[in-house]
Design a protein around this ligand. Structure first.
Ligand SMILES: Nc1nc2c(c(=O)[nH]1)N[C@H]1C(S)=C(S)[C@@H](COP(=O)(O)O)O[C@H]1N2
Ligand SMILES: [Mo]
Length: 335
């Protein structure tokens, strides 16, 4: 983002998931998850093994309870292996913990994620403050394998565990004035070095927003896990947004407040550099960032010899599902 152009992603051989892991994953999807579950495949162990991801040390009870109920709704993006867990959890943007891609993995262990409450208010009939387990309980957790495309021109493929944001918003009963949804990240200065720094350019807390129809869209989820386990702190524990057709910065982490509003909300990156980061931030290879092209992306992890460049797709490959939301809009103006 602001900060500097990304360096080559150096990857140790041990971080590359063996091909067999991808194969078994594909076979698993091919066989049909329902059948396998019915056949009594031990859900947690199997799913975790498929991704080469370590089980969460201390998954909260509510998560463990929900986990066996997962519907394997995902489709692996064609020909695209899931990113190794090690890459997805050691190369992160979470500026509260620092600007280096390794800072979140280094420092986010200090984040306190239990207890956790989320406030839902503004233009809703039923505002409230929910304890996390209470917030998630009515929803079926689902796996979604989505591309994540960062505005810095790298991307990953991540298996999220989450539920529909739209379903949650419906429970709060949006009023006729609810035109946008604003999200806010937690502030824990004890754990987050950038919140204690006088040099930080960001006006904390980190904030993001969506138009109400984007928020209600079935592709938009709130994630509580990834790779068959609870979210690692550096990826936005315990609750983060995932909007797969938008640049990664829209997918706000560690959410504590959801506010429905009539006015387009303040968002962190738009406030910092409005010419570079728009409110919409739809992935668009035709609209360059003022300082670099958005036509291509590096699929992580690459190696020094193999940078893994590929074409960026309009709406990150989800155009069929979401382009109608923007019919008639000038996407160069509303970038
Ligand atoms: N609170 C908060 N959320 C955030 C960020 C951040 O700095 N703070 N970075 C964003 C950016 S720029 C990206 S690309 C994604 C990265 O998500 P990941 O680390 O899980 O891959 O998180 C987004 N959510
Ligand atoms: Mo990003």
């Amino acid at each position: 983002m602001l900060i500097r152009t990304p360096q080559g992603w150096a990857c140790r051989p041990s971080e590359i998931t063996p091909e067999g892991v991808y194969l078994s994953r594909r076979q698993f999807l091919g066989a049909g998850a329902a059948g396998l579950l019915a056949a009594g495949v031990p859900a947690l162990a199997e799913e975790t093994a498929l991704y080469d991801a370590p089980p969460a040390a201390e998954a909260p009870a509510w998560f463990a309870e929900k986990h066996p109920g997962i519907r394997w709704a995902a489709v692996v993006p064609e020909g695209e292996p899931v990113t190794p867990f090690a890459a997805a959890t050691r190369y992160n943007n979470f500026y509260e913990f620092g600007q280096d891609k390794g800072d979140p993995a280094r420092h986010a262990g200090a984040l306190v994620t239990e207890p956790w409450t989320v406030r839902i208010d503004g233009e809703v009939g039923k505002p409230g403050v929910y304890e996390l387990a209470e917030l998630v309980r009515p929803h079926a957790l689902e796996e979604r394998i989505y591309r994540l495309r960062c505005v810095e021109a790298w991307s990953m493929v991540i298996p999220w565990l989450g539920f529909s944001l739209g379903e949650l918003l419906k429970r709060a009963e949006p009023t006729g004035n609810a035109r946008y949804v604003a999200f806010t990240t937690v502030m824990q200065p004890e754990a987050m070095p950038a919140l204690r720094s006088r040099l930080s350019l960001i006006d904390w807390p980190y904030r993001e927003g969506l138009r109400i129809d984007e928020a209600m869209h079935p592709l938009t989820i709130l994630a509580v896990g990834m790779y068959g386990r609870v979210l690692p702190n550096q990826n936005g524990a315990p609750l983060r947004l995932v909007v797969p057709w938008k640049y990664g910065f829209k997918s706000i982490k560690s959410i504590v407040a959801i506010h429905l509003t009539e006015q387009q909300p303040y968002t962190t990156w738009q406030a910092l550099a409005p010419r570079e980061y728009g409110f919409y931030a739809n992935v668009n290879p035709e609209v360059d960032h003022p300082r670099w092209s958005q036509k291509r992306e590096r699929r992580l992890p690459g190696t020094l010899l193999r940078s893994n460049l590929r074409d960026t797709l309009p709406f990150n490959g989800y155009a069929e599902a979401v382009a109608p939301l923007y019919a008639g809009m000038d996407l160069r103006r509303f970038y």
